[in-house]
Write a protein of this length. Structure first.
Length: 203
């Protein structure tokens, strides 16, 4: 009998607890976590996906026209010629001094100093760019020619000054006459002006 009582009690306990649930109202905890959920979603997701960013970049940026000769010449090759342009600008400054010297008939010491400076600058350019594409430029070839002409004229002027006391200008053996010297200086001035024009119109 005692066994039946214990069994009955167990059945009642199981019956009361099985399937039974809380019958009251649960608190609304979702509203308490809305701000946390919003912050988490903002941090976790980027404003744009990778695909969206790629599409925006493609729409805003034009493709590089590498097949366009003008683009290649102007944009890509620009950096390569910057040093050459800078060196040319230095030569222009010396040429302008030489032109002023020739136009104002300055003394031979001033003339020789400027010519020497010019020859040094051109020699630097000759060595620096002789194996590069710049050696094919008109400006490069013109500077080499001008350097030789300036040296020749300076030498002629020096010899003219040196031989003047010893050889009369009327002598048929004297090539260092004032007329010949003036012609040499005039020819150098013409070439200096032409070279300045070429250098200032480099592209």
């Amino acid at each position: 009998m005692r066994r039946y009582i214990i069994l009955f009690v167990l059945i009642m306990v199981v019956g009361l607890t099985t399937g039974a649930g809380y019958m009251g109202t649960l608190p609304d905890i979702e509203s308490e976590f809305v701000h946390l959920k919003k912050q988490t979603s903002e941090k976790a997701s980027a404003p744009y996906s990778v695909e969206e960013l790629d599409k925006q970049s493609e729409s805003k940026l034009k493709p590089i026209p590498r097949k366009n000769d003008d683009y290649v010449d102007i944009i890509i090759k620009k950096d390569k010629t910057t040093n050459y342009i800078n060196d040319i600008n230095s030569v222009i400054l010396v040429l302008e001094k030489l032109r002023k010297c020739l136009n104002t008939n300055q003394d031979i010491q001033k003339f020789n100093a400027i010519v020497s400076n010019l020859i040094d600058n051109i020699e630097y350019i000759r060595i620096e760019y002789k194996d590069k594409q710049e050696s094919n430029y008109l400006s490069y070839g013109r500077l080499i020619q001008l350097s030789a002409l300036a040296r020749e004229t300076a030498t002629f002027r020096m010899k003219s000054l040196t031989t003047q006391p010893y050889l009369p200008y009327t002598s048929s053996d004297n090539i260092y006459t004032k007329e010949n010297l003036d012609a040499k200086l005039e020819n150098l001035l013409v070439n200096v002006n032409e070279t300045i024009f070429i250098l200032k119109n480099l592209e």
